[in-house]
Design a protein around this ligand. Sequence first.
Ligand code: GTP
Ligand code: MG
Length: 388
Amino acid sequence: MPQAGGDERLEDNNIELTVVVPTYNEAENIGALIDRLIEILDREGPQTYEVLVVDDNSPDGTCLIVREKAMEYPGKVRCLLRRRGRGLATAIMRGIYWARGRYVVVMDADFQHPPEIVPKLYWKAVSTGADIVVASRYRPGGGVEGWSRMRKLMSKTANLIARILVPNTRKVTDPMSGFFLVRKDIVNLSDLRPRGYKILMEIIAKAYSARIEEVAYTFRNRAGGKSKLGLKTIVDFLLHALSLSPLVKFSLVGLLGALINLGVMSGVLMTGAPLDVASILGIETGLLFNFFLHEAWTFQTKMKGGWKSRLIGYHLASSGGMITNYLVMKGLTLAGIATALTGQAAGIIAGFGVNYALSQSKVWGVDVIERIKAGEIRKTGRTDKEMH
Ligand SMILES: Nc1nc2c(ncn2[C@@H]2O[C@H](COP(=O)(O)OP(=O)(O)OP(=O)(O)O)[C@@H](O)[C@H]2O)c(=O)[nH]1
Ligand SMILES: [Mg+2]
């Protein structure tokens, strides 16, 4: 998708806020929502704003209602009609692309996201300098209204899965929120590959150096119309979280590294070299291979400075994994719980866990990557502060 700027939108690109509302069959809600948004934003919002509805050609005529409202509130309301393609995440991306505002708020049309929170998100961003402000159900003062126990449990589980799989989401209490503000220029639309509903999770996963704040809110019952939520949403969420997860990439790289380790070892053995030499060469080649792939792919640092200290760190993390592997095997076999082989297998799993945990938190931790992306860690590996 093309990036913002450099076209006809530039001339009136200097408004403060765009509220993007994706819709599919929201004729029952959209008119009232626009009235309410205009009333609140005129009173409490920034001087310049617009409401941009992105409608996927709803058969119930949602976009026609929006166009009537556009005449009622000139310059403040637009409907972007997508005749081809459907899907919430891509509709939101379209909305962000066409937004003229410096800040963009994304919200649902069905009043589950209270319009009164919109100015709060905006003023929070302005007063704190945040790049992203999440409207959170899980902050003190927030909550959900009318959810069954099952839906609460599903939401909490999804939250936990995101936290485990996508470390950057740990910065917020509600990474799955559909209600949030972003500063338009921090979203790199061509970098997003969203699947299903949870575009915020991906924006947070990829915006390493973004400053994030939250505002509590209560998620309300749908005012009218029907839900588009289904089983597919859950499957999409899981696949999306996996695709953003360094854990999955770390495992794949680890497997490849093991194959390289074995390949190099057998090659060296064929030259008549002693087993110890062949084994150590195999281990080190596998490690180096893993390291460079983790740099470029798993954690996407793109080798931006400080990599030598990360290389040493990765050797330590891997050694921690190997020691754990050995200790677990030894412990299980001595205790008579496992055979040599099953003990070693359990050791490999435990060792992998330790290696991943150390690599992810210490070598390529969220804060480390944040500092690399912000250009704070230079080629020497020292930070700007240390150099001054
Ligand atoms: N443009 C567009 N909007 C969509 C699409 N699917 C859902 N939406 C809109 O996205 C918002 C959220 O969808 P909902 O069906 O309310 O999903 P939900 O809030 O998770 O589910 P409920 O709690 O049951 O309402 C609403 O404004 C929908 O109209 C789509 O395919 N295209
Ligand atoms: Mg809804």
